[in-house]
Design a protein around this ligand. Structure first.
Ligand code: NDP
Length: 493
């Protein structure tokens, strides 16, 4: 029987009053795997009122850091026990491979554990500000946190927001992407089994236009943390201006991966493939622009294409598949449209470019690993985020040229450099205007490291201690150690 996904508000699973249910599709087969409720504006407002009420009650916001840490550990343990099921659900809803999905769930476990540990280690500042004046700097929760996540890492992006938001003591409302709600529902079923007080965590399924926009506009939401497109990030900033709510935005990218002639070519080829084709290119930090020095350009491309050709594309639950499906038909059409634009702009299509319909893939949304060479910076396929398995390869002459091309975009999320010359690597990476960077590797990062971008790639940082700061207010408390009357006004004498 098709699963019926509900909203979770004030500790209850409820059906939306909206009679229209969203079909949730497996992108590898187009099978309907669930039907999801779609929250109305009124239901979103109810979730906000509940979160505000529980926040003000102190039932969670006033618990000690140790008590909050204990709760995060309870959640992490539940996720760990259900790792296989969560990964399977992610595979059938998002289309990613089993290997990718299992890594996401492991990362989700680690994220809760990391923030539990951080709570035990977060210390407050105290100093003598003046004679007989002791000052404390304390961190407090912000209030109600609206957490809006995309479809590319449905579980992991939820956890990257839920773990620090709860660690800080906020009450939360999660809104997953309309097309990938399945693992968020499972996560909330697990949270329900812990001792987290009812009404602290709500789940709203439904559209960005209704549930997302209502969260962004509400004067009772104190922070919106959003991951998704730059366009919607801008809309959220505008919608949030009413109460000057904090917005934390992790947006798109068009990240340069710079390969110098003195790099270990086989290593660079491996990571350049991993950089774009992992997650079928539907990763915010994908190394979607490859910059290759002219003296190795031909050799590099030959090796790169050879290996890209061999990538096994298929359903995520087939262990032989190395690259899964595109998340939806709409997104697949958008990627195919960009491929057409690239051809019309005069880029050389060196590999792929088509939807795959052979060998049992005909019902799913699969695109061949696609390689464009000889591109130039003025092309749309070089400037715009395609968010699919499409790499654009550009030639550069020297360091100056590489830096100029690397930074010639509105985005600034990630970047990488491959060279055996370490001082050169540091020189280049420091010049790349991006928040997440690599030297001689790609995509590897830890929960301790701040995650976020420069320029139109966003504001604020997820993960690490920076991720916890994002959900906290900072307060100064000034304490007189010798209370005495003040003779500022004559009348006081
Ligand atoms: P969106 O930015 O539209 O969606 C991300 C999330 O925001 C979803 O939960 C969505 O809900 C919600 N949302 C949409 N509109 C609003 C709104 N007005 N107010 C509040 N929340 C809203 O991304 P798309 O799914 O449309 O993907 C488009 C492009 O965005 C991709 O091609 C890619 O370039 C980029 N993207 C970047 C990601 C990243 O990791 N940085 C992740 C995903 C996409 P709903 O599900 O209803 O649309």
């Amino acid at each position: 029987m098709t699963k019926h996904l509900k909203l979770y508000i004030d500790g209850e699973w409820i059906d939306s009053a909206n009679p229209n249910m969203q079909d949730v599709i497996n992108p590898a087969t187009q099978e309907v795997i669930a039907k999801a409720s779609q929250a109305t504006k009124e239901e979103t407002e109810k979730a906000i009122r509940t979160a505000k009420r529980t926040f003000e009650s102190g039932v969670w916001s006033e618990q000690t850091p140790a008590a909050r840490a204990e709760m995060l550990l309870q959640i992490s343990d539940k996720i760990e026990v259900n790792l296989k099921e969560l990964a399977e659900l992610e595979v059938i809803n998002n289309g990613k491979t089993k290997r990718e999905a299992e890594a996401d769930v492991e990362d989700a476990v680690n994220t809760f554990r990391y923030y539990a540990g951080l709570l035990h280690n977060q210390t407050e500042e105290a100093f003598e500000a003046d004679k007989d004046l002791q000052t404390l700097i304390v961190k407090e929760p912000m209030g109600v946190a609206g957490l809006i996540v995309p479809w590319n890492f449905p579980l992991l992006m939820s956890v990257w927001k839920i773990a620090p938001a709860l660690a800080a003591g906020n009450s939360i409302i999660l809104k997953p992407a309309e097309i990938t709600p399945v693992t968020a529902v499972k996560l909330y079923e697990l949270i329900e089994q812990t001792d987290l007080p009812k009404g602290v965590a709500q789940l709203l399924l439904g559209t960005g236009a209704v549930a997302g926009q209502t969260l962004a506009e509400s004067n009772d939401v104190n922070i919106v943390s959003f991951t998704g497109s730059t366009k919607v990030g801008q809309q959220i900033m505008q919608a949030g201006a009413g109460n000057l709510k904090k917005v934390s935005l992790e947006l798109g990218g068009k990240s340069p991966n710079v390969i110098f002639g003195d790099a270990d070519i086989d290593l660079a080829v491996d990571y350049a493939l991993f950089g774009i084709f992992m997650g079928a290119g539907q990763v915010c930090t994908s190394g979607s622009r490859l910059l290759v020095q002219d003296n190795i350009y031909e050799e590099f491309i030959e090796k790169y294409i050879e290996k890209a050709k061999a990538i096994r594309v298929g359903p995520g639950n087939d262990t032989k598949s190395e690259m899964g499906a595109i998340v939806s038909e709409k997104h697949m059409e958008s990627i195919l449209n960009y491929i057409q634009i690239g051809i019309e702009e005069g880029a050389h299509l060196a590999l792929g470019g088509n939807r795959m319909k052979t060998d049992g893939l005909e019902k799913g949304f699969f695109i061949e690993p696609t390689v464009f060479t000889d591109v130039t910076s003025d092309m749309r396929i070089v400037q715009e985020e395609i968010f699919g398995p499409v790499i654009v390869i550009q030639k550069f002459k020297d360091e100056k040229d590489a830096i100029q091309i690397a930074n010639d975009t509105d985005y600034g999320l990630a970047g990488a450099v491959f060279t055996k010359d370490q001082p050169k690597a540091i020189r280049i990476i420091k010049k790349i205007r991006a928040g997440i960077t690599w030297v001689n590797t790609y995509h590897l990062s830890s929960v301790r490291s701040p995650w976020g971008g420069y320029k139109t790639s966003g504001i604020g940082r997820s993960l690490g201690k920076y991720g916890l700061d994002e959900y906290q207010e900072t307060k100064q408390i000034n304490i007189s150690m010798n209370p005495e009357r003040i003779d500022w006004f004559e009348g006081n004498k």
